[in-house]
Design a protein around this ligand. Structure first.
Ligand SMILES: [Fe+2]
Ligand SMILES: [Fe+2]
Length: 355
């Protein structure tokens, strides 16, 4: 890819990595401005996420004003910071098998969870002018999704998605301390989910930079959502896990649609875009499978896993049952929940099938 374009009026910037040089195309309302920038400004090291120093290659901001979001500490003694949670390896065929799924609501608690998610989705779509075309339907131009609009959506949603696992993990941690009892493995899985969502966010932030309006929205959303989820989890953790299960159903739908648009050639700027190094290391992306599409496949698989985990946790007796994802089973020949996506269940595991 030798040229990429971005709206200069945007408070949001997208980046791509060409091999030699890049044409910066700043499109204004009055016409086109083209600037050609030398490749030497865009050198980045491919050694570790800690020392990786990417430059935003496409931006309406002058190079000297572009700041690194999470630069590594400048200490001579530190080579790399390792993650405590190693991500399970997904194979390409496993990721291709990830599908949209829906767990039918069976009781009032499920309906509360599903209704809340549907309300959120409706509000989000309304505010962001998003609509998905039904087969054969031709949408108005304002609904056309661009790389930038998808990135806005991903970044905002990932800042929200990282909250529930942390709140659930924190409250179970506090309960364990308070009651001086074991938690039976739930805390780690919940915190790991929050970490995984934050990795989704950090990965996208290596590709694009949110402006002040987005930051304000994130701040407001976090204030409301954290407190709302915190209170809800105190009242009914079971409904909260079901709520996250339904939320993750929507996340799988969102990433599936983005992947489909990318495959259909509707997102040309992403076709030659490489996944950032932070993603290559975290997901252990193999050589030859490190494109933007691959990245979206990995993230969608993670969301499908969260969908399964939370629907499963929503099926369990919250205070008694051990976490089935941290359990050593007496009968290893019997199929049971695992950390990877090799036996992914779209609608979660039923309690009777686990214990
Ligand atoms: Fe996510
Ligand atoms: Fe998720």
């Amino acid at each position: 890819m030798s040229s990429v374009s971005v709206l200069s009026t945007s408070s949001f910037r997208t980046a791509a990595r060409p091999s030699n040089y890049i044409h910066l195309v700043a499109r204004s309302y009055s016409g086109l401005t083209v600037a050609k920038l030398g490749g030497s400004q865009f050198v980045h090291a491919h050694n570790s996420p800690f020392t990786y120093t990417p430059k935003r290659l496409i931006s309406s901001t002058p190079q000297n004003q572009i700041k690194e979001f999470f630069p590594p500490p400048q200490t001579s003694g530190v080579k790399e910071v390792e993650s405590a949670w190693a991500h399970p390896v997904y194979t390409e065929s496993q990721m291709r098998n990830v599908a949209i799924a829906h767990r039918e609501a069976t009781d009032w608690a499920d309906w509360v969870a599903l209704g809340t998610v549907r309300m959120f989705r409706w509000g989000m779509d309304l505010v962001t002018v998003y609509k998905h075309a039904e087969p054969g339907e031709e949408l108005a131009a304002r609904y056309k999704m661009t790389e930038k609009k998808w990135m806005h959506r991903f970044i905002f949603l990932e800042t929200v998605a990282g909250v529930p696992g942390m709140v659930g993990g924190m409250l179970r941690h506090l309960r364990s301390l308070r009651r001086m009892k074991r938690d039976n493995g739930w805390i780690e899985t919940l915190l790991e989910e929050a970490f995984n969502e934050r990795m989704h966010l950090l990965t996208f932030l290596k590709i694009a930079e949110p402006g002040w309006f987005m930051r304000l929205m994130v701040l407001g959303a976090q204030g409301v959502f954290f407190n709302g989820f915190f209170l809800s989890y105190l009242i009914s953790p079971r409904i909260c896990h079901r709520f996250v299960g339904y939320l993750e159903e929507e996340a799988v739908i969102t990433y599936t649609r983005a992947i489909e648009e990318l495959e259909a050639g509707k997102l040309p700027e992403w076709e030659a875009l490489e996944a950032p190094q932070i993603a290559v290391q975290y997901w252990k992306m193999p050589e030859g499978n490190r494109t933007m599409k691959d990245l979206l496949m990995y993230i969608r698989a993670d969301e499908a896993k969260h969908r399964e985990v939370n629907h499963t946790l929503g099926n369990l007796q919250q205070a008694i049952d051990p976490n089935p994802y941290q359990t050593k089973y007496r009968d290893p020949t019997r199929e049971h929940p695992s950390k990877g996506i090799e036996n992914l269940r779209g609608t979660g595991w039923e309690r009777k099938d686990i214990f």
